[in-house]
Design a protein around this ligand. Structure first.
Ligand code: C2O
Ligand code: CU
Ligand code: CU
Length: 534
């Protein structure tokens, strides 16, 4: 394919014009989406405001698949200060449900993609190649990354073959054909980061099909702590999916080929959620553990679903989880939780002490925000006693509070709004009343200055800010939520809430994003651009 056929192309141009143009300030007459009402009506079973897609495929019994752990990728080449990785996005056919095959879009053909083990201050370069049939963009979520490597949604990596047909989609961005180098200085604290697709209008379906993986950044400070390590330090990528009868991923895309028309059908405006919970790509898996402390790096890589994680049974003496880290690394001191709410893209680094359970106990990681199949995540079997030289120190790190004296407050309102997609005024999602326009700058914060960003919502919106971490100051003017401690890059906001966060951008001048990390909201225009200046 060298060019989109006529009607395709016209439709695409209309779509892009609409997505990149102003919000139509129309009446609500054009709003005919039943799903969009559910989005503000609160919960309809899935605790994020939307409805769950039902699989047609036969689903496995929970806890019958062993937990996979994504392989750690080896660098292709290393110099004194930099590791180079060759990473290829391609289709692959894999067995997720027992029996049928599922075609995925995978980094190196696997889902989750390979884990990249990085070190603070050592450069990591991804030499990325796009062997898929559609444009892609790689973003390192949580990375303190120069703008040209941050994965702006129209900095497209076109397919190796047939890419020219998509070149016009790089509105306000740059297109490269087939390959691109992403350079990550990683001058930042040890933390659980993840990389995922960020193509404008198509992030939801492309992550749903598998384009997500971990990057674990370590540093001297964290390594000096006596925390569980090795095979007792396990990343858990939690993501829901639904499946067609033949094993294909089921997703309510307007354009199943992901060529030109972004967004999902009207019933799923609130977000795509499935009835199968995958952990590291396996449905409701099981892990045998020694009766000792384990460290789990929890990531909610779901498009839209929020979870409230708990252990069943709760360990004698409680609590279920001792949190040691947040999105952006170690807390100052551990925080204990019996249940842990986790919104899309949030990470929690927790210790679970299995020595409190008798050997033989089966411990389910449950989701109190789900029902039926989505109320379970995975299961641990406490298999045997073992020695444990790990400890959880009372002091983990130092987290200096950002000073907000004389800081200005910038309001950001996340709500439903008109986005003129597909030539008609359609319901979408907007920030400060405007649909995303990759050619527009919505704010210009100065590097080095602390600002207060007031993030406000109509519905569930997990808000994420690129480039620099933030500290939550208050929620609705009151105390923090349970998941708000430490350095964050994503915050779990519920309907009609606001949170004040303190943020200071450092080092890199350029164009970055803030957006809702409900990926369907993001694809339907809920992003804004800020330009950091010196
Ligand atoms: Cu995890 Cu802008 O994304
Ligand atoms: Cu990000
Ligand atoms: Cu949202």
């Amino acid at each position: 394919m060298t060019e989109l056929p006529g009607p395709e192309r016209r439709r695409f141009l209309r779509t892009m014009a609409a997505l990149t143009g102003a919000v139509a300030l129309g009446t609500t007459a054009g709003c005919k989406s039943p799903g969009s009402d559910a989005a503000t009506a609160g919960t309809t079973g899935a605790e994020f405001g939307g409805r769950t897609l039902t699989s047609a495929a036969a689903l496995p019994k929970p806890f019958t698949t062993p937990l996979p752990v994504p392989p750690v990728k080896r660098p292709s080449r290393s110099t004194a200060d930099t590791d180079f990785y060759d990473l290829t996005a391609r289709e692959a056919s894999v067995e997720i449900l027992p029996g049928p095959r599922t075609t995925i879009m995978g980094y190196d053909g696997i889902f989750p993609g390979p884990t990249i083990a990085a070190r603070r201050g050592r450069g990591t370069v991804l030499r990325y190649r796009n062997q898929l049939a559609v444009p892609t963009v790689v973003h390192l979520h949580g990375g303190h990354t120069p703008p040209e490597s941050d994965g702006f949604p129209t900095d497209l990596v076109l397919p190796v073959t047939g890419g020219a047909a998509f070149a016009a989609q790089a509105v306000g961005g740059t297109a490269s054909t087939g390959t691109r180098d992403y350079t990550y200085p990683l001058d930042q604290r040890a933390a659980t980061l993840w990389y995922h697709d960020h193509r404008m209008g198509f992030t939801g379906p492309q992550v749903w099909r598998g384009l997500a993986g971990f990057m674990l950044v370590s540093d001297d400070e964290e390594e000096a702590l006596p925390l569980p390590r090795g095979d007792r330090d396990i990343p858990l990528m939690i993501a829901d999916r639904a499946f067609d009868a033949d094993g294909a991923f089921r997703y309510p895309a307007m354009d199943p080929d992901l060529k030109s028309m972004p967004g999902v059908d009207a019933d799923h405006m609130a977000g795509a959620a499935g009835d199968v919970i995958l952990v590291n790509g396996a449905p409701w898996p099981e892990l045998e553990v020694d009766a000792v402390r384990h460290r789990f790096r929890l990531l909610n890589a779901s498009n839209a679903r929020r979870y409230e994680l708990a252990l069943d049974p709760v360990p004698p003496g409680g609590p279920s989880f001792t949190q040691i880290g947040s999105d952006q690394g170690l807390l100052a001191a551990p925080v204990r939780h019996n249940t842990l709410p986790i919104a899309p893209a949030e990470r929690f680094d927790v210790i679970v002490d299995f020595s409190r359970y008798p050997v033989g106990t089966r411990v389910t990681l449950t989701n109190r925000a789900g029902s039926g199949g989505t109320s379970r995540v995975m299961r641990f079997v406490v298999a045997r006693k073992a020695t444990d030289d790990s400890r959880i120190p009372a002091q983990l790190s130092t987290v200096e509070a950002l000073s907000t004296k004389s800081a200005t407050t910038r309001p950001w309102m996340f709500r439903k709004g008109k986005v003129a997609t597909m030539g008609t005024d359609a319901a979408g999602w907007v920030v400060n009343g405007r649909a995303f326009d990759p050619r527009r700058v919505d704010a210009s914060p100065r590097l080095g200055e602390v600002e207060i960003w007031r993030l406000a919502t109509d519905a569930y919106h997990p808000v994420h800010i690129h480039l620099s971490p933030f500290q939550v100051l208050s929620r609705n003017g009151g105390p923090l939520g349970p998941g708000d401690h430490g350095w964050k890059d994503t915050i779990d906001l519920r309907p009609k809430q606001y949170a004040d966060v303190a943020i200071r951008f450092d080092d890199h001048a350029g164009r970055y994003l803030l957006h809702c990390h409900n990926l369907e909201h993001e694809d339907m225009a809920m992003m804004a651009t800020f330009q950091t200046t010196r």
